[in-house]
Design a protein around this ligand. Structure first.
Ligand SMILES: [Zn+2]
Ligand SMILES: [Zn+2]
Length: 345
């Protein structure tokens, strides 16, 4: 089959590789869609501690089952599925508490196992066993199903930061994830959603997300803008959907008393130290959560929200590209001029 193989930093090569084998307890899918994620950009330039090359990357994916292991009873050839990439072990301390996203032995697809930038992909036994394989509702396309994964990450973020009906939500970062957060916040009952970004182009693209207020935070200071938008209280929930230490620090000056902050976007390696005014936290009693991934349940929820039209994602797909253009697609994603780019092998 054809695949794009991560061989080394900035060396992802489109090439012929052996077809994947079907384990007795696993599946093989024909990959139909694999979206490019911000993480794919990071991996391309810096590698990843869990990726030992050569490795086929790509973790936001969907496909059609073409082979079913002889011990697998719950799936059949021809089914349309999305595979949640964060494969938990099902046995550790966290898995026993059903906190699968925090599994001690997480073995994500595209990192520990070959991923979706390929014509075919083996779904490992453990992913089948831990319910990472979700059959798609009929009205969800493969492309939409691929970006159910980032939506699942947003669901995990909002579950932990507790967006409540009637709340005011400030989202810093108007990329595809910022837009998904805005739509999800609406679905969670937020009364006012403010979307901020430092780029006018991004804010323009993000108009589809249906936020109530859009702010260019490079032109206007959020500490001036947010108080009048929130009756002086600050935002009940602040989600930093960007990779900015400054945004994380400022979030603490923008959040309401007893509010919640979610550090959704991670910071670059080696530049992840931030300063906290401890008294601000002490007197205003807000909380800070960090989230970074999703669990199989979040992925099922994401597919249901897409299927039900509650969180539409179709219009967040800027472009679909063929497998051989994957590296080009990563470059396109890096420009920030697109929402999601989806590879359709
Ligand atoms: Zn991703
Ligand atoms: Zn585990």
């Amino acid at each position: 089959m054809k695949a794009v193989v991560f061989e080394d930093i900035e060396e992802m090569v489109f090439q012929e590789v052996p077809d994947p084998k079907c384990e007795d307890d696993g599946l093989v899918i024909k990959v139909k869609a694999c979206a490019i994620c911000g993480t794919d950009i990071k991996i391309y330039h810096s590698g990843h501690r869990h990726i030992k090359p050569p490795r086929i990357t790509g973790h936001e994916l969907s496909g059609e089952i073409i082979a079913v292991g002889k011990n697998v009873a719950d799936y059949e050839v021809g089914q349309r599925v999305a595979v949640a990439p964060a494969v938990p072990c099902g046995e550790c301390h966290y898995c026993k508490r059903s906190i699968f996203g925090m599994c001690d032995n997480l073995a994500p697809i595209g990192y520990h196992h070959d991923g979706g930038f390929a014509e075919y992909m083996a779904v490992p036994r453990i992913a089948v066993k831990t319910t990472c394989v979700n059959v798609l509702p009929d009205n969800v396309s493969y492309e939409e199903a691929a970006i159910a994964e980032p939506l699942a990450c947003a669901i995990n973020g909002q579950n932990l930061s507790g967006v409540w009906p009637g709340s005011t939500v400030l989202i810093v970062g108007a990329g595809p994830l910022g837009c998904m957060h805005a739509r999800l916040a609406r679905a969670n009952g937020a009364a006012k959603i403010i979307l901020a970004d430092i780029s006018d182009d991004r804010l323009e693209m993000a108009k589809v997300a249906g936020a109530d207020v859009y702010v260019n935070s490079s032109e206007k200071d959020l500490e001036v803008v947010i108080p009048p938008e929130t009756e002086g209280r600050g935002a009940d929930i602040v989600i930093t959907a960007c990779s900015s230490a400054e945004a994380q620090q400022q979030a603490m000056r923008l959040v309401a008393k007893r509010g919640n902050i979610n550090f959704f976007g991670g910071l670059p390696k080696g530049r992840s130290m931030i300063t906290i005014d401890s008294n601000l936290l002490h007197y205003r009693e807000f909380s800070i959560t960090g989230t970074h991934g999703s669990a199989p349940d979040d992925n099922r929820m994401a597919l249901n929200l897409i299927s039900g039209g509650i969180v539409p994602v179709k219009d967040l797909i800027s472009q679909t590209i063929p497998l051989e253009k994957t590296v080009e697609g990563i470059g396109m994603a890096e420009t920030g001029r697109y929402m999601k780019i989806v590879v359709t092998p």
